[in-house]
Design a protein around this ligand. Sequence first.
Ligand SMILES: Cc1cc2nc3c(=O)[nH]c(=O)nc-3n(C[C@H](O)[C@H](O)[C@H](O)COP(=O)(O)O)c2cc1C
Length: 193
Amino acid sequence: MEKIQLPPQPPEVTLPVVIAGSLIHRRENYMTLGAFGIMSLQPPIVYISSMKSHYSNEGIRETGFFSVNIPPAELVQKADFCGLVSGRDVDKSGIFTTFYGNERSAPMIEECPINFVCRVIRTVDLPYNEVFIGEVIEYYASTECLDDDKPDPDKINPMVLAGPSYRSLGPAAGVAFGEGRAYRARLKRERSG
Ligand SMILES: Cc1cc2nc3c(=O)[nH]c(=O)nc-3n(C[C@H](O)[C@H](O)[C@H](O)COP(=O)(O)O)c2cc1C
């Protein structure tokens, strides 16, 4: 494939779409994020990167907790809205049905099939963003989205941000750790034969 060099910036082609929940002056606030990722499975550590000017940051700094909620594609309008308006200007607390786990500072969204509570263990200060690194201390899943007690991506129906549009998952492209094994076996055959 022929390549051209583009200006150095992260490509926004496959961003996960999550909604972070926080409590600010005792009011729930929800903000949509593409900058979310898993840093470690054991212990379970994730990060969110949020611009310092966002209202949510005030709450996360104040309480030391945030939630991460994975919205299904059916919530696309509400998710986009939470990424469009600030809780500083508009009360976003009533957009979803809020529930709490044991930690009372991390509001979660009932309509989202996957929710987890994070305790901030470190904050990375970037020029315009704060990266909140959080240990996952509580994890909730809607029972109807489980298959053998494991979250089923088809039932969850998450979204990714691909360029200007939100997309749902397409059909499976392969089996994790299976396709590589098949390729390894093929290589071995080719190299020995
Ligand atoms: C799809 C989408 C993804 C977004 N991703 C991020 C992100 O990763 N980091 C960020 O700081 N803002 C992101 N935003 C913007 C914030 O969600 C938006 O500014 C929001 O209004 C902040 O809310 P708050 O001021 O109530 O905290 C995103 C917005 C959308 C629509």
